[in-house]
Design a protein around this ligand. Structure first.
Ligand code: GUN
Ligand code: FE
Length: 441
């Protein structure tokens, strides 16, 4: 088992007591085994002198579409339904094995470069195998699954699925990938949103996710037109409907959850449903502002996510953290969302959403080594004297400050160079596979 000693870091543990100390962290294999002000008498295969750098848990992004990274900048200035029908669905329908693979690697490269070590990812209808391959090779921790869509208008033929096939393909992928790479990779069922799913598909997902003990990841109540479409078709508000068919359970993760009435908030709270907040996407698609402070006050588990590249247009947790704080301040005043609360959402909060809070999300003995080192020796994050570390990281630091990233004990970035994703190759292949995809449109 390899060992690594990180010395002299400012360790922001994000544990229940929010402890911060300057000292050492010892990693054996993929786990944190010792930590303290000064660890003595240890033999380590590698020692990183982190003098002055900040050691943080890796960010956990609970809503990402790796398959959409290639579409960055090709669906700007639209609202959700037009964005999907005019651009994203036709693009997804033109994907190939090759383009899904490079779309995923491009996204993962960006995520690792900016300190994200774990994601909940929603793929497209086909070629999900390629995304899992990219996840495997890159070393990122991921829950992922093929998107499911067996219903709806203006869906390109290539994305229209038969209910049985959608369920069977999901199970086939699950059986191959859930628990792979020592548990670093997991499967999650991904019905796209109620608008594109029959009740038969959704109840199938309910039963199969219970049978296999996996998460269900969907979009819900992101947009006013979306919830009107659901209500017109199913005769109920969106989250009431999800509860009515028995999907509202602790393994359900809802992206967005902006347009909720009191009953829906009660359902989310009482059923233990999890929520992902995506402020960058919500602002750019003009979807609205989620009631995150209220959800948190009610004890709902909330994580943060950048969503896909074409609705953001970056996958940068530093941006999402700042937006999370800023948009609530405008609505509810400056004290409603402080830097510490936001950093918790970006780390241990996201881990709770994924059901992985026993394994990741904080720096504690026994937890997996999913970590990042920030180098804050720069103009834009100074002064450092008597610093509030939460303020420095959330309100001043940027993704360029991430120096080293470790996932499952493996160093995947060092000295600001991603080691597991070849940047030169991926940038070139992303352009090449996009050119071919556009030719197929
Ligand atoms: N709702 C249904 N599909 C999507 C998607 O791909 N992105 C977002 N943001 N919302 C959706
Ligand atoms: Fe999304």
């Amino acid at each position: 088992m390899s060992t690594l000693l990180i010395r002299n870091a400012v360790v922001m543990t994000m544990n229940a007591e929010d402890e911060i100390f300057t000292g050492d962290v010892f990693i054996e294999g993929n786990r944190i085994s010792q930590m303290g002000d000064k660890l003595e008498g240890l033999q380590a295969d590698r020692i990183i002198d982190a003098g002055g750098k900040v050691l943080l848990p890796g960010f956990v992004q609970t809503h990402i579409h790796l398959c959409q990274t290639l579409f960055r900048g090709r669906a700007d200035d639209l609202s959700l339904i037009d964005w999907l029908k005019e651009r994203i669905w036709p693009f997804e329908a033109a994907h190939s094995e090759d383009s899904v693979y490079y779309s995923a690697l491009l996204g993962i490269g960006e995520l690792i470069r900016s300190g994200t070590t774990a994601i909940l990812d929603m793929e497209t209808v086909h070629y999900t195998e390629s995304a899992f391959q990219a996840i495997k090779e890159s070393g990122i921790r991921a829950l992922s699954g093929k998107v499911m869509m067996d219903h709806g208008t203006e869906v390109p033929p290539a994305l229209q699925e038969k209910t049985d096939r959608s369920l069977q393909e999901s199970v086939d992928l699950l059986e191959k990938w859930h628990g792979a790479e020592g548990g670093r990779i997991q499967y999650a069922f991904c019905p796209r949103f109620v608008v594109s799913c029959t009740e038969e598909l959704l109840t199938g997902v309910r039963d199969l996710s219970a049978k296999y003990g996996v998460m269900v990841h969907t979009h819900a109540s992101e947009n006013l037109s979306e919830i009107e479409m659901v209500e017109a078709e199913r005769g109920m508000r969106n989250v009431v409907y999800l509860d009515h068919i028995g999907l509202a359970k602790p393994n359900l993760i809802l992206a967005h959850s902006i347009w909720l009435d009191d009953e829906e908030k009660r359902i989310i709270r009482e059923r233990g449903v999890k929520v992902t907040h995506c402020p960058g996407s919500n602002l750019k698609l003009a979807s609205g502002i989620a009631e995150v402070p209220l959800l948190l006050e009610q004890g709902v588990a909330v994580g943060l996510g950048a969503d896909g590249a074409p609705c953001n247009n970056n996958l940068d947790m530093f941006q999402e953290m700042r937006l999370t704080a800023y948009i609530q301040k405008v609505k509810h005043g400056p004290t409603v969302m402080n830097a510490r609360t936001v950093l918790r959402l970006a780390t241990i909060g996201g881990a709770k959403v994924l059901g992985l809070e026993d394994r990741i999300g904080s720096i504690e003995i026994g937890k997996l080594a999913d970590l990042q080192l920030l180098d804050l020796e720069d103009f834009h994050v100074y002064p450092s004297f008597d610093a509030d570390w939460y303020s420095r990281v959330v309100y001043a630091a940027t993704r360029g400050d991430v120096d080293t990233v470790m996932i499952d004990g493996q160093i995947v970035m060092e000295g600001k160079i991603v080691k597991t994703v070849n940047k030169t190759v991926v940038l070139k292949e992303a352009d090449r596979s996009l050119r071919k995809l556009i030719a197929r449109l």
